[in-house]
Design a protein around this ligand. Structure first.
Ligand code: FAD
Length: 346
């Protein structure tokens, strides 16, 4: 009878929760909780929403843009794609994405409700109790259980803890976990690296026209901007009642150079560059600036193991795209390997 805690409500954490519910029925899985430091689910599959009466459904994908099923993923993970397609969470990408490199045999999918709808689908399936605004800070070993503490000062005990955040955030945790990570594991964890970039979400009033012949465009000749998407058009949800939204991703070199700068100043710099590329773009009603300190994995944990077990009894494991690679398949690989190793430990 295990009380299980998953830290992080991103794709890996939510998939782990759903797979644990499928594969570890009661009595093994007595209680499943997910703790997330942000106010909502998604992680780097974040969908930002602009509230307000006239724009209730104006949303923008600030992280992942689309899901690619390559020939290898079609062979290895068919059921994951079929499930999301059957639920209408994934739809084939039909819009024009200029400058996109289309790999042979690959298919691309968008999420009409935004990429966070994938994560929400798995969280719902898992039936887990989900708590937001809970940033795990310390993990202690007490009487054969994990005592997990959060920034608000409260704590709870679990038999199993699964960490799914980016590796540098795992290494920031304090408490007994610091001494449980052995020297070689620490060296390997420290070798994992990520790119950094900024994303802007621009939200417009319903009825605003953005007249460009494409739904998204990769930009190769601007020092700041790498990608622009008319996000509702990319997701094929053009409607007179919903304000359009535009997503801008910066290049990694720009993201790295301005990583520690004031977000408002960076936002203005990105808007200045955007004006050069799209001088006719209307003024948005609101803007969201997202700093992705850990955007995509540039060097994964050696050997791409999917997870590493930090402690066997009680069980403490860490996974996420840092242990595979940064896309949907990478997170499936990590979540399935976490669940396999947990099953074999019971
Ligand atoms: P995360 O999504 O980072 O989830 C970890 C969660 O843990 C987060 O929600 C975080 O808030 C939470 N957390 C961190 N620390 C704590 C703590 N101490 N306590 C509690 N919670 C904590 N992939 C694609 O497939 N296609 C794409 O087009 C694509 N484009 C991308 C573009 C950008 C700009 C970015 C940033 C990523 C992109 N990716 C893309 C990669 C993809 O988004 C990631 O690989 C994937 O979302 C990683 O999921 P994860 O669950 O492993 O990690």
């Amino acid at each position: 009878m295990a009380r299980v805690l998953i830290v992080g409500a991103g794709l890996t954490g939510s998939l782990c929760a759903a797979l644990l519910r499928r594969e570890l029925p009661r009595p093994h899985l007595a209680h499943l909780e997910v703790w997330e430091k942000a106010r909502g689910a998604g992680g780097r599959m974040a969908t930002s929403r602009r509230g307000g009466a006239s724009n209730a459904d104006s949303t923008a994908d600030l992280g992942a843009q689309y899901v690619t099923r390559g020939p290898d993923s079609a062979r290895r993970h068919p059921s994951f794609y079929e499930d999301l397609l059957a639920h209408g969470i994934l739809k084939p990408l039909t819009a024009v994405l200029e400058g996109m490199v289309v790999k042979e045999g690959a298919e691309n999918f968008v999420t009409p409700q935004g990429t966070s709808s994938i994560v929400k689908h798995y969280l719902k399936e898992s039936g887990a109790d989900i708590f937001y605004d809970r940033q795990v800070t310390h993990i202690y070993l007490r009487d054969g259980k994990w005592e997990v503490c959060v920034n608000t000062g409260s704590s709870d005990q679990f038999d199993v803890v699964i960490l799914t955040m980016p590796v540098p955030q795992i290494l920031q945790l304090q408490g007994d976990i610091v001494n449980l990570i052995n020297k070689s594991q620490r060296q390997q964890l420290e070798s994992v690296s990520y790119s950094s970039r900024y994303a802007l979400g621009l939200f417009y009033e319903a009825g605003t026209q953005i007249d460009v012949p494409w739904a998204a465009q990769y930009i190769s000749n601007n020092p700041c901007i790498r990608f622009i998407s008319i996000d509702n058009k990319k997701r094929n949800i053009e409607s007179p009642d919903i304000g359009p939204s535009v997503v801008v991703h910066t290049s990694v070199s720009f993201g790295t150079e301005y990583l520690e700068c004031d977000k408002e100043k960076v936002q203005q710099l990105i808007l200045d560059h955007l004006k050069e590329i799209m001088p006719q773009l209307p003024v948005p009603a609101s803007i969201k600036c997202q700093r992705w300190r850990y955007s995509q994995v540039t060097k994964a944990f050696p050997g791409n193991p999917g997870q590493i077990t930090l402690h066997a009894k009680p069980f403490l494991v860490c996974g996420g795209d840092g242990f595979t690679h940064s896309n949907f398949d990478g997170c499936i690989d990590s979540a399935t390997s976490i669940v396999e190793v947990l099953k074999s430990s019971l």
